[in-house]
Every structure is written in structure tokens, then in C-alpha cells.
Design a binder for this molecule. Structure first.
Ligand SMILES: Cc1cc2nc3c(=O)[nH]c(=O)nc-3n(C[C@H](O)[C@H](O)[C@H](O)COP(=O)(O)O)c2cc1C
Length: 457
């Protein structure tokens, strides 16, 4: 942390996690939801505009590059993994339908090439006037690997090693042209100043990329980098590269420990910890009373087919076969997941601590016990407690179904947060970095780096 800079007032940040039908696997079946939400652009534009009117910092779209369930009896009962817009193309549409809100898309470092990704996100940042974020993921499962010539998902450590090099290449490509490289001199016939072009000439373990990228430096210098690693390697990557960190913690103490650890690791990596924004997930259902909100959650949970609930549990445990084990018995010993190790550990702990059978654990997951139900006041209390207690710099707000729970949050919880002086009333600028209070990163070629090697030739 810079000693000379006066301590800035901490700002609460709110990101809306928009799975268009809602987070819950059976959300598409809810009578007040939109059944084809994943491919209904009018619906998604409405969600984005609602979030913008409420002054959310950003909206975020998750992604998988495959379909995680193989059993057709399960697959045919779920919507979001089967039938959703690809997030970067979706952001292009949303960029023209909104004016200030940040737009964050997920893209994989395991199953794409850095040149493609750098180009797509640079284009999006230009299209949106600097409102783009990239959720950098290493992908999650074998089903995705099978779409890219592999039988198994790339090993956890290897994919993080590739991710770190991928990040280096992408950010290098974004710096191909200096900010003032383009002359557009129609009279003299010079389009850009060749001394302000930098060839990357990257040669590493995973990539060989000459560059330059065929587009000007993004308006934000670098789109906002989001990361959600939870393993030791994942958290290290987040601490060294992420502007925003998504995480999941059921209890305050666990969230505070994660927050302190991440900020310490960011400082150890030579970064200002205030410039790494930690957003735990917060799944919410607002009601006039707690009982009413609970009732809404119960009615939603009842829509989930038990076969889907069990398949979802097997998926989050690391793609294991639960069918060969008695459903009314305990979880079997499981190998360490090559998918999300933190999700597996969380479920194993929950089953062990509460003595749950497989069937009970699946039912709990289906009921989504992480969802906070309550009145606008009680949800604002929760947000305030976590924010002031340094468990969070804000929240990744998750909606069990859509659009009503987003409308309720926007019209009831956000005004309550404003009454408490916790949330701003307008956007402070035009870019996502402005909204998040993050500086625009200088090019890697700007002084004090001597622009000798890798520069124009
Ligand atoms: C809020 C949130 C959103 C995530 N979105 C995605 C996603 O869209 N696609 C994906 O492949 N992984 C996603 N992940 C998974 C993370 O990228 C990461 O793999 C996971 O948290 C496990 O961490 P680890 O890989 O360090 O074990 C998400 C995680 C969180 C907490």
C-alpha cells in the first residue's frame, strides 16, 4: 500500500451474476421466469438495464465450453448448460444496449489461444467505451476437454501454469501499440507512428506468439481482470493478476480469513491490496418477511427433479459416480477432484460435519442453503456486517431465478444500502475501472522501461 496516498473511503461494489434463467438449476421452470431465457436477448437486455438503473458496478456471465451432464435423463431437464448465449458475443450486444454498467464475460485459458482472446476482449473494450472485464478461468471438467481433442481435463497445476503464461501473452498483446501510436494522418499517408508499435516475440513453455495485436490498445489499457481461484495455486494467481476476485464463503470468519490472506498475498506480490477487490457470492431472495422469502425458496426448490439434484452433487464432487453407492449411506472416499477442489472440499466438510447421507446432501444442495432469505433490512445488515468487518469489498449478487429477485434487490435492498450511506447513487465515470476505483494500467513499454528490446523493427 502506498504510504503517501491518503486513505480513500472504501466503496461497496456490487456485481450482478446473471445466469439468464437464474442460478438455480430448475429456475427455468418457475412460473414467473422466462423459459428460454438463455437465448432470449430481449430478456437479457432487460436484466442488464435493470442492473444499470440500480447502478450495479457490473453484470457478469459465467461459461462452460461443454455440457457437464452425460445422462440424457438429467440433461433434458436442465436449461442453462444446454442453451445459452456465448458470453463474449452477448457482451457485444449488451454494449450497445447500455451506457455505463461494466460487462464481464468468462473465457478459458485452457481451451482458447491468447491471440484470439486478446483480440476479442480488446474489441469489446473498444465497442463498449471501456466497460469490459474478463473472468479468467482454467475451465472445470472432462466434458469440456472432450470438445478439444482430449479425454481428460488438463491437470490442475498444468492448467494454472498455462494460465499464468496466457495472461502474460494477452496483456503483452494489448500493449502492442502505445496509446498515442495512431496518427490517422490522411494528408501525409501515415496511419501510425512505427516507433510506437511493439512486437511481442513471446516464446514460452506453452505459447509462441509474435504479435502485434491488430487493434489499438483497449480504452481501459487492460480490461478488468476477474479471477475466482480457490486452490492455493488459484489464489496465488488471483493475488498476482486479478483486479476483482470472486469467491464463495458460507460464514463470516472464513470469508475474513480469505480476505486477509488474499490481500496479504497481493501485497507480497508487490501490489496495492486496495486495488484487489474481493467479492464473495451472495445468493439472495428478498421478502416482505423472512417467512415469505423462505416460502419462495421452498417453492423454487420443489421444482428440481431429484435425478438432476443427484447429478449436480456428483458433478460438484468432481465428476464421481454416485449411482453405485447407497443413497441413504455416507459419501464414499473420493479422489481429489481435478475440477474445483474447493467445491469438493466444501461439500465433503458439510457432509462430515452434519453427518449427512448422499440423499440428504443432494437435497441440501438443491435447496441451495447458501441463499440468504429475508427482508431488505436484514439483507442490508448482512452486507454491512461483511463489508465493515473486512470479509468483502462488495458482493457478487446471485439470483435464484430471474427477473423478480433482481427487481426486488434493485428496488428494496439498494435503496436501503443508500440510506445507510453504503452505496453510491451514480456512476463516477464511464469505464469499469472508473466505477471500481482502479487506475488505468500503463503499457509495459511506457517509461521507466527502456523501449529497446521487442520494440519497433
Ligand atoms: C463466482 C464464481 C464464478 C465462476 N465462474 C466460472 C465459470 O464461468 N467458468 C469456469 O470454468 N469456472 C468458473 N468458476 C470456477 C473458478 O474459475 C475456479 O476454477 C474455482 O473457483 C476453483 O478454484 P481452483 O481452480 O483454484 O481450484 C467460478 C467460480 C466462482 C466462485
Amino acid at each position: 500500500m502506498s504510504a503517501s496516498r491518503p486513505a480513500a473511503r472504501r466503496e461497496l461494489h456490487l456485481n450482478a451474476f446473471l445466469k439468464p434463467p437464474g442460478e438455480f438449476l430448475a429456475a427455468w421452470r418457475h412460473p414467473d421466469s422466462v423459459a428460454d431465457a438463455g437465448v432470449n436477448i430481449r430478456h437479457v437486455v432487460e436484466l442488464a438495464r435493470t442492473a444499470e438503473r440500480a447502478r450495479f458496478d457490473a453484470i457478469f456471465f459465467a461459461d462452460l465450453v461443454g455440457v457437464p451432464f452425460a445422462d440424457q435423463e438429467v440433461l433434458r431437464r436442465v436449461s442453462v448448460v444446454n442453451d445459452s448465449f456465448e458470453p463474449t458475443t452477448l457482451l457485444a450486444a449488451l454494449a450497445t444496449a447500455t451506457s455505463h454498467i461494466g460487462l464481464i464475460a468468462t473465457a478459458s485459458t485452457t481451451y482458447t489461444e491468447p491471440y484470439h482472446l486478446a483480440r476479442t476482449f480488446a474489441s469489446l473494450d473498444h465497442l463498449s467505451g471501456g466497460r469490459i472485464g474478463w473472468n479468467l478461468v482454467t475451465s472445470l471438467n472432462d466434458a469440456e476437454a472432450r470438445n478439444f481433442g482430449l479425454d481428460r481435463h488438463v491437470d490442475h497445476e498444468v492448467r494454472y501454469e498455462r494460465a499464468a503464461e496466457f495472461f502474460d501473452v494477452v496483456t503483452g498483446l494489448w500493449d502492442s501499440f502505445d496509446d498515442d501510436a495512431f496518427l490517422h494522418d490522411q494528408h501525409g499517408g501515415l496511419y501510425f507512428d512505427e516507433t510506437k508499435l511493439h512486437w511481442l516475440d513471446h516464446q514460452g513453455r506453452h505459447f509462441r506468439v509474435r504479435g502485434p495485436l491488430n487493434i489499438a490498445r483497449p480504452p481501459q489499457g487492460r480490461p478488468v481482470i476477474v479471477q475466482a481461484g480457490s486452490s492455493d495455486t488459484g489464489v496465488s494467481l488471483a493475488a498476482s493478476v486479478a483486479d476483482v476476485v470472486f469467491t464463495h464463503h458460507p460464514d463470516l470468519a472464513g470469508a475474513q480469513a480469505f480476505y486477509a490472506d488474499l490481500k496479504a498475498r497481493a501485497a507480497a506480490a508487490g501490489r496495492d491490496p486496495d486495488q484487489v477487490i474481493v467479492l464473495p457470492g451472495l445468493s439472495v431472495l428478498v421478502g416482505a418477511t423472512k417467512a415469505e422469502a423462505e416460502d419462495r425458496l421452498d417453492r423454487l426448490s420443489a421444482l428440481l427433479d431429484p435425478r438432476v439434484a443427484l447429478a449436480d452433487l456428483a458433478y460438484w464432487l468432481g465428476g464421481v459416480d454416485l449411482a453405485s453407492h447407497p443413497l441413504d449411506g455416507p459419501l464414499p472416499e473420493l479422489p481429489l477432484s481435478n475440477q474445483s477442489q474447493s467445491a469438493q472440499a466444501h461439500l465433503l466438510h458439510r457432509a462430515r460435519d452434519e453427518g449427512l447421507t448422499i440423499r440428504q446432501l443432494a437435497a441440501q444442495l438443491a435447496r441451495d442453503t447458501r441463499t440468504i432469505t429475508g427482508t431488505a433490512q436484514s439483507i442490508a445488515d448482512h452486507i454491512e456486517e461483511w463489508f465493515t468487518g473486512r470479509a468483502a469489498d462488495g458482493f457478487n449478487v446471485i439470483f435464484p431465478y430471474l427477473p423478480d429477485p433482481l427487481d426486488d434487490f434493485a428496488t428494496q435492498v439498494i435503496p436501503e444500502l443508500r440510506r445507510r450511506g453504503l452505496f453510491r447513487t451514480d456512476y463516477p465515470g464511464r469505464t469499469l475501472r472508473d466505477t471500481l476505483g482502479l487506475p488505468r494500467p500503463p503499457s509495459r513499454w511506457s517509461s521507466p522501461h527502456p523501449a529497446t528490446e521487442g520494440t519497433s523493427r
